[in-house]
Design a protein around this ligand. Structure first.
Ligand SMILES: *[C@@H]1O[C@H](CO)[C@@H](O)[C@H](O)[C@H]1NC(C)=O
Ligand SMILES: *[C@@H]1O[C@H](CO)[C@@H](O)[C@H](O)[C@H]1NC(C)=O
Length: 345
């Protein structure tokens, strides 16, 4: 067989194996419905209920948000105010670029070079939220998410994230006690995930964003599948969509506008909320590009062999030629040329 074809096939197999291996968790993620850890509505008092939640509150009463500096743009002030006003008994911390960097430098110096080395600001905004949750505990809320009702019932768990449809979890609303093993794991996984995936969107999602978090989460579930959920300290509860937003029992009120206009941050929040769809589209695009490259390459090979055939020994006729099986699928003349070449040699 021609050496270039061999090399191409070999790299294709290596790439495919690598892709399948890395995609196996993603595929498993598609079938993970989180039902084992879902927070049942029966554990959450009705929105205006006077029922006293007697469960102990484990997560500290701290709300964390992030923005590049302390000047919150007009379009998110209402959302921010709704959370602050509803939680007068909570501490409120806004993490700015400056205070985030200072915090990492002081508490987690081993991560500083990765943190400052990120190409996109959103990667720093993603990373800092895992660190502050693992460090101080509390609840992280995206700046465009307003609060519809008090977060208190969610403080009874040791950690929670929110489910996204059709798959995975998001990092726009998360809560944790300090030193929760899942968030420690997330923190420790950031350096290994700091890779470039060519497309900035995929890079952000896979290195620090919801795709990164979902993959770690799925692995975390797999590694602890045989533990009793009732006693497992590393358990991460999952807030389901109907308790997240747009429903009577929901905690969050989304303040969204036209996501494609009005600034980077808005687009980034929007991407984070629709990450699964966008990631699927990204993979689809990558698949189409791969196939196109394969097709062009096989055309070039065919053309090349036709030229040689015309110049050298006469090619043998192949029956496949007349049924029109593309040569790169195994039909056609590639085999005949191998024989011709062997004779030439
Ligand atoms: C709860 O009370 C507030 C104000 O008292 C009201 O606006 C809201 O609609 C009520 N929510 C539900 C689900 O009844
Ligand atoms: C924050 O950034 C905005 C836009 O980049 C700028 O207009 C504003 O002055 C900054 N605020 C502070 C306190 O630096």
């Amino acid at each position: 067989m021609r050496r270039s074809l061999l090399i191409f096939l070999f790299s294709a197999v290596v790439l495919l194996t690598f892709a399948l291996h890395s995609v196996s968790t993603l595929i498993a993620l598609l079938f993970e419905d989180a039902s084992r850890d879902a927070i049942p509505r029966s554990e959450i008092p009705a929105p205006n209920s006077s029922l006293v939640d007697t469960r102990p509150q484990l997560i500290p009463k701290i709300i964390h948000q992030t923005y590049k500096n302390a000047t919150i743009p007009q379009q998110w002030r209402a959302a921010q105010k709704s959370c602050v006003d509803l939680h007068p008994d909570y501490e409120y911390i806004l993490w700015t670029d400056a205070s985030s960097k200072e915090f990492i430098a002081k508490e987690y110096p081993w991560f500083l070079s990765t943190f400052t080395g990120y190409k996109h600001n959103i990667q720093r905004a993603d990373a800092i939220r895992y660190f502050v949750l693992a460090h101080y505990g509390g609840v992280y809320i995206d700046l465009d998410d307003g609060c519809e009702r008090k977060l208190d019932p969610l403080l009874s768990y040791t950690a929670f994230v929110r489910r996204t449809v059709p798959t995975g979890i998001s990092n726009d609303l998360m809560g944790s006690i300090p030193q929760h093993p899942f968030f420690l794991r997330v923190m420790e996984s950031l350096q290994g995930a700091d890779r470039s995936w060519v497309l900035p969107y995929i890079t952000i999602m896979a290195s620090t964003g919801p795709l990164f978090l979902s993959v770690i989460w799925k692995k975390w579930l797999g590694e602890h599948a045989n533990l009793d959920p009732e006693t497992w300290v590393g358990r991460v509860r999952v807030l389901m969509p109907s308790e997240y937003s747009k429903h009577a029992w929901s905690f969050i009120k989304e303040y969204k506008g036209d996501s494609w206009h009005g600034g980077d941050a808005r687009l980034i929040f929007w991407m984070g909320k629709n990450w699964a769809l966008l990631t699927a589209l990204g993979f689809l695009l990558a698949g189409v590009v791969g196939l196109a490259v394969w097709w062009v390459y096989s055309r070039l090979l065919t053309l090349g062999s036709r030229k040689r055939g015309a110049a050298g020994a006469s090619p043998r006729m192949s029956p496949f030629r007349f049924v029109g099986i593309p040569r790169w699928m195994g039909g056609g003349k590639a085999q005949s040329y191998e024989l011709v070449e062997q004779h030439d040699a």
